[in-house]
Structures are given as structure tokens and as C-alpha cells.
Write a protein that binds this ligand. Sequence first.
Ligand code: ASP
Length: 322
Amino acid sequence: MTKTLLALAMAAVATSALAYPDKPVTLVVPFAAGGPTDKVARDLAEVLRKGLNNQTVIIENVGGAGGTLGAAKVAKAAPDGYTLLLHHIGMATSPALYRKMPYDTMNDFEFIGMVNEVPMTLIGRSTLPANNYAELVKWLEANKGKINMANAGLGAASHLCGLLFQQALKIDMTTVPYKGTAPAMTDLLGGQVDIMCDQTTNTTTQIEAGKVKAFAVSTPKRLTTPALAKLPTLDESGLKGFNVSIWHGMYAPKGTPKAIVDQVNAAMKAALKDPEFIKRQEALGAVVVTDSRVNGPEHKKFVEAEINKWGPAIKAAGQYAD
Ligand code: ASP
């Protein structure tokens, strides 16, 4: 290619990047609609569009296999900025859980940035004959072999939290996987499963309405959200060192032009400063990220550190899927 042709081609790429987006953008959520990841994505999508030429951000729920199906779909999508991913800690836990991953976490994505951190709550069906954590443990001890614990599949946050909880208590439970914790919550409300560990973004309203029993939070400190403030931590309840706080981040397929990644990052940063978004997240117990992890390169380093942190713990628990 001559120098002139090359300059023309580069100018065309720059112009098309500047015109981005000129049609709706799809944000893939790798879990079922109505669940905690979906709720964060839908709240974010509302404000994200302001920084994306006011184009609609369409949520596509691709649940299954603990979030790996949806993430794989984005890893293989055209790198043109029209398919993005909102995922959670599963980005970092799945590589330790699956013998064969359908994508390479660190190399198949452009990292856009981190969105928020979300604590988890240990909850149970309203008909459980336990009204606090100590009573729950007694009930679990007495019902060994009969307990059903719901989760969103291997690699999901609910799986990680449930796995560490069972390990710490030394009680094996039958895990019941769903495509997300929205359908798991439906079954918990219906009494088909006994307990679940799930993000506050899904559990707060059910706890407030008294539709589920809440026993503890997964973070080392108690929470300040009114509906959750009275809950003890698992750490203070006897599971010393228990600490599972999950996070969400945004990603684009590898090869998405830098100008587009930067534009989505700027739109995301503006969204994270939006008072309405912050208020909605805080009401559900989530903390919007304000530090340097909102930048792609820092978030990438953070995800790598998370892979190194959780991998050994998960492998020690002997959990694998093909
Ligand atoms: N709460 C789910 C999880 O356990 C994800 C979801 O359904 O959004 O990871």
C-alpha cells in the first residue's frame, strides 16, 4: 500500500471510530434477566447511552455455565464496539473451575473498566425453621445430606460464596445450578431450594419485604444499607476470615479499536458519577467504583490478581467442570 493510500485508510478508520456508535449497542449479560448482574447492567445501560451518542444500549441475557457462555459469545463477536460484556468476578473464578475454557480471559478481551463492588448475603427460604445464623447452622447440621443450595452455575459468584461456605462449615450440600440467581430466587421463594448466597443487588428487596430469611453478610464488615445493617458478618459469626465481595466490569472483544474502547470507558466513567445511578446502587448495597480501577489497564491488572487469588482456593476445594 502506498503512503497516501495508507493515510486514507487510517483516516477512514478514525472517522468511523468518531461516528461510533451510529446504531444500538448490545451489552451482553452472562446471566438470566431480573438477576443481580442484569440489574446492574440495566441501571448502567440507562446512563451509558448519554456518552454513546444517545444510542440505545440493548441488554442481551446469555445465561448458562456460570457466565462462560455469555462471555464466550462476546469474545467471539466482531470487535466493532457494538457487542460489549458486563461480567462479574466470574471473569476471574471460571479459569480455575473449567478444565476447558471457551475463551482466554486475559487475551480475548479489551478491558474497559470496573463498575462496582457488591457484597453477598446468605439467605434462606421463608419456611426454614431458623431465625438467625446460629439456628441456621444447627438446622444445617441436623439436615446433612438433605440440604439444597442454589447457585448460578460453576464459576458464578453464588457458586464461589456457597463453595467457601460449605467448606468452612464442613457440610456438603446438594448444589442446584440455574442460569442466574433470578430463577434461583423464584425457586427459593417457592421453597423448592433451601439456601443461597447471592449479591445484595438481588436480595435486598426480598429481605426488606420479608420474603426470604437473611442470616449473614459475606464481607468482613457489616453493611450500612438500612435493610442489611442488622445482619452479622460470617466472619464474626465464627467463619474467621470469610470474605467474598464481588465486582462487575466491562469488556469488549479483543481488537476493538482503541478510540472506541476509550469512548465506552469515558461513557462508563460518566455513568459511574451519575447521582441517580449511585443512589440506586447504594440502595441495593453496591459500592460504585471511583478509584483507578475504572481504567481498562488497571482493571486488567486487578482481574489478573483476582485470578491468582481465587484460583488456588478453588483448586484446593477440588471443584472442576469440563
Ligand atoms: N448472582 C449470580 C451469580 O451468582 C449472577 C446473576 O444471576 O446475575 O453469579
